[in-house]
Design a protein around this ligand. Structure first.
Ligand SMILES: [Zn+2]
Length: 165
């Protein structure tokens, strides 16, 4: 019997019309990012719109969430980390408009929140900042010690997602 390739495809982290990179992973900019000189995640711009949903790109577990008034929230805004066991990677969605809901397991395609510009949202424009981490995310992983540390912990979420969608 022929083994058929699974038809399963991941979901875009934002509606397809907004799945356009406005700032790529590891873009170098020492003025914007004085500590390590590079953009650690990938940005998807909201083009001035409000109310754009952000979406679980795959089935997984919300392993972390915090609000804009927390220590990490000053940078990340309202944020939420989705761990996807099938690939042992995590996706940190940042600058959400509203506080993340307290859910644990999510199905692919579930709305996790709304795109916003909370926290230190560079440029102040509504966008999703999405960081990819190897393994199950814990906030201590976000305390980078060097550029090499960033490279060892994170990956280009956009390239990864485009291969899965
Ligand atoms: Zn960003």
């Amino acid at each position: 019997m022929k083994i058929t390739r699974r038809a399963y495809r991941w979901h875009t982290p934002v509606p397809a019309a907004y799945f356009v990179v406005s700032q790529p992973y590891l873009q170098e900019d020492w003025a914007l990012y004085p500590k390590f000189g590079h953009h650690i995640g990938v940005d998807y711009g909201g083009h001035g719109r409000t109310g754009i949903p952000i979406i679980a790109c795959a089935a997984g577990v919300i392993v972390y969430r915090d609000t804009e008034d927390s220590p990490w929230g000053k940078t990340l805004g309202n944020h939420i980390a989705l761990y996807v066991p099938s690939v042992d990677r995590s996706f940190l969605y940042c600058h959400l408009e509203e506080h993340p809901r307290a859910f644990t397991y999510v199905r692919q395609g579930v709305r996790l929140g709304t795109m916003g510009n909370t926290g230190a949202s560079v440029g102040g424009a509504i966008h999703l900042h999405l960081e990819g981490f190897y393994g199950r995310f814990a906030i201590a992983m976000r305390s980078f010690t060097s550029f090499d540390d960033i490279i060892s912990k994170t990956f280009d979420a956009d390239s990864f997602l485009r291969a899965m969608i």
